[in-house]
Design a binder for this molecule. Structure first.
Ligand SMILES: [Zn+2]
Length: 220
């Protein structure tokens, strides 16, 4: 599905290459990269630049103790990999999400958020960011909302539109806390997104404004 038209910006890819992104954001970049050739090529270039820079650094001598610890942990990793059964996860699920999904999206413990939306939390990052999957029914809508922090979204299946345009499978988006938007899934099929939110959602619609004090997170 190499048809994404919205990609991670260069600074984000550079941070991913340097390994300095928080886990939650790295998951979103990874999910996009698995199906985006152009970002994959960009990442390879960034990795090359990174390794050239590393080669220019004068290596520090590692102690015997550190070397042994490193070798032990590599052994442990290899043993762990050998013990793992071959994956039975549906090939449409990005590899970076296999750690959270045993078979396919249908088997997850989806929770009803509203008539149009279900969600399932995958994990919390150490910085407090929430990593979840959102499922919007065909033609379904999320209430207009803003964010107290940034929101990262990757479309895994289907498509949705909001004030910014139409977003399809593979597209990567970042919404900052100034953006107010109302995503609406297209009519043809349900839309499944990987979403990372750094702060609670703030509803901005008239009725939902009343809900804000009661709902810490969600698309009522
Ligand atoms: Zn891309």
């Amino acid at each position: 599905m190499d048809k994404a038209t919205n990609h991670p910006y260069d600074e984000l890819l550079a941070a991913y290459s340097a390994g300095s992104l928080p886990l939650s954001q790295a998951l979103c970049v990874s999910a996009h990269l698995e199906n985006c050739k152009s970002c994959g090529q960009k990442l390879q270039r960034l990795n090359r630049v990174g390794s050239q820079l590393m080669q220019q650094l004068k290596p520090a001598r590692a102690s015997e103790q550190l070397k042994n610890r490193l070798l032990d942990s590599l052994d442990a990793l290899t043993d762990e990999a050998a013990e793992h059964e071959p994956t039975k996860v549906d090939p449409s699920v990005p590899r970076c999400l296999h750690q959270f999904i045993d078979s396919n999206y249908n088997d997850l413990a989806w929770k009803r958020v509203s008539a149009d939306i279900h969600s399932v939390e995958l994990c919390r990052d150490s910085n407090g960011a929430k990593v979840e999957l959102l499922k919007i029914k065909p033609g379904g809508s999320a209430t207009t909302h803003t964010h107290l922090g940034d929101e990262y979204t990757v479309i895994l299946e289907g498509s949705f539109s909001d004030e910014g345009g139409l977003y399809r499978q593979g597209d990567f988006m970042v919404r900052t806390d100034n953006d107010q938007h109302t995503p609406v899934a297209t009519q043809d099929r349900e839309c499944i997104c990987l979403a990372v939110t750094e702060g609670p959602i703030q509803f901005t619609g008239l009725v939902s404004r009343l809900l804000n004090p009661f709902i810490r997170r969600g698309y009522a």
